[in-house]
Design a protein around this ligand. Structure first.
Ligand SMILES: Nc1ncnc2c1ncn2[C@@H]1O[C@H](COP(=O)(O)OP(=O)(O)OP(=O)(O)O)[C@@H](O)[C@H]1O
Length: 361
């Protein structure tokens, strides 16, 4: 899954390369890593800058100066645009639901951290993610963070062993409330008060507005809403604007609730239904998957799968298909499964792996 490969293992040392976004978590992470005796280097990736705003860079640089640590910047805007923003738009245009934060972490942010750490002779890699890590039978697993409201384990299922082994997660045992307190206690009031980042960094608003301003005119056009029997119910604004399970904003006025069941990009049609049960799926096929230890995940009846960051957890059995996909048999049906979304496997709070949903039925 990862593009950035380097040669051979690196000797352990007490140096750590910390991804610093200028936000509260990575700022406090820098302080805690320093307290723990590490020689910290901060790095800020320039992924995306709305209206050329670079205050986050200045904030990260300023904090490093105050802490007396080295700070690097790395311009990743072009690769971010190609790999993440382009993918995000393309997925919607293909009638799928993208997972840009998962992709960014697993294919860009963490591999870049490793690449630069290798170059700089730095063994450890760190971020301000609210996760923990643990070894089981000699393999490294991500565990949920101690703060259930901030747990970010859902996004890191794709990290390979060589990277996990070197990873440090200073936020893992802390709550966000405590992290803000630590920043304030150390006199870092700006860091203490920063707002939590909301949703996708380059698209914090409704994705439809983003698509409207980024997709060339004429590529998204109005089409038909059909019911399950193929009867025309009205006109939609273009299939990429609708996601499976959506019920708001359809603009169809019938005296019953309607849900998007399916989008058909080639025909620019959106199929709706009036029964939530019609959205339920019992099986999923995953591609681009990663399992930390296949033995612990495959063919066990006690695996939990999540396809949403919050408020959903279904029991399942995972098997490997002959053609290299993962088959997920859901023990209870699950509604609103969209191709393109990530499915993440857990046992208790241990992340066993995950993959991208190709199909479901
Ligand atoms: N532009 C960036 N450059 C370097 N590292 C980054 C950048 N953006 C995020 N990170 C790293 O990834 C972690 C998770 O980022 P994310 O944006 O998901 O979380 P966050 O809760 O907003 O974190 P923070 O409070 O540190 O901004 C950050 O704590 C940081 O270590």
């Amino acid at each position: 899954m990862n593009r950035y490969q380097t040669n051979g293992p690196m000797e352990k040392n007490n140096k750590v390369l910390l991804g610093m976004s200028g936000g509260t978590d990575s700022s406090v992470a820098a302080m805690l890593l320093q307290d723990a005796g590490y020689e910290v280097t901060g790095i800020t990736f320039r992924f995306y800058e709305k209206d050329f705003q670079t205050e986050y860079l200045e904030d990260a640089r300023h904090l490093c100066e105050q802490l007396g640590i080295r700070h690097l910047t790395y311009d990743a805007r072009e690769v971010f645009e190609e790999q993440i923003i382009h993918y995000f738009i393309q997925e919607y245009m293909n009638g799928r639901t993208p997972v840009p934060c998962t992709l960014c972490n697993n294919q860009l942010k963490w591999p870049l951290l490793k690449e630069i750490a290798d170059r700089e002779g730095i063994y450890h890699l760190a971020t301000g993610h609210y996760v923990r890590k643990q070894t089981v039978n000699g393999r490294w697993f991500i565990r949920s963070g101690a703060d259930p409201d901030k747990d970010q384990s859902f996004f890191l299922w794709g990290l390979p062993q060589d990277l996990l082994e070197r990873a440090l997660f200073p936020m893992g045992e802390l709550t966000k409330v405590r992290v803000r307190e630590i920043a304030a206690e150390r006199g870092q009031l700006k860091a203490a008060r920063k707002r939590d980042s909301l949703g996708v960094c380059f698209c914090p608003m409704d994705y439809r507005t983003f698509l409207k301003s980024h997709v060339p005119e004429g590529q998204i056009s109005p089409g038909e809403f059909l019911d399950e029997e193929g009867r025309k119910l009205g006109q939609h604004e273009g299939y990429p604007f609708y996601t499976i399970g959506q019920r708001r904003g359809l603009g169809i006025w019938l005296n019953k609730t309607l849900f998007v069941k399916e989008t058909l990009p080639e025909q620019n049609r959106v199929i709706v239904c009036d029964n939530l049960r019609a959205l339920e799926k019992q099986e999923m096929l995953l591609t681009d998957w990663n399992l930390i230890d296949p033995e612990t995940a495959l063919n066990h009846p006690d695996v939990i799968v999540k396809i949403r960051y919050r408020k959903q957890a279904n029991r399942c059995t995972v098997t490997c298909t002959g053609d290299g996909c993962l088959h997920v048999n859901l023990h209870e049906p699950l509604a609103s499964v969209a191709p393109g979304q990530a499915a993440v496997f857990y046992r208790d709070d241990l992340v066993l792996g995950g993959g991208i949903i190709a199909t479901s039925r």
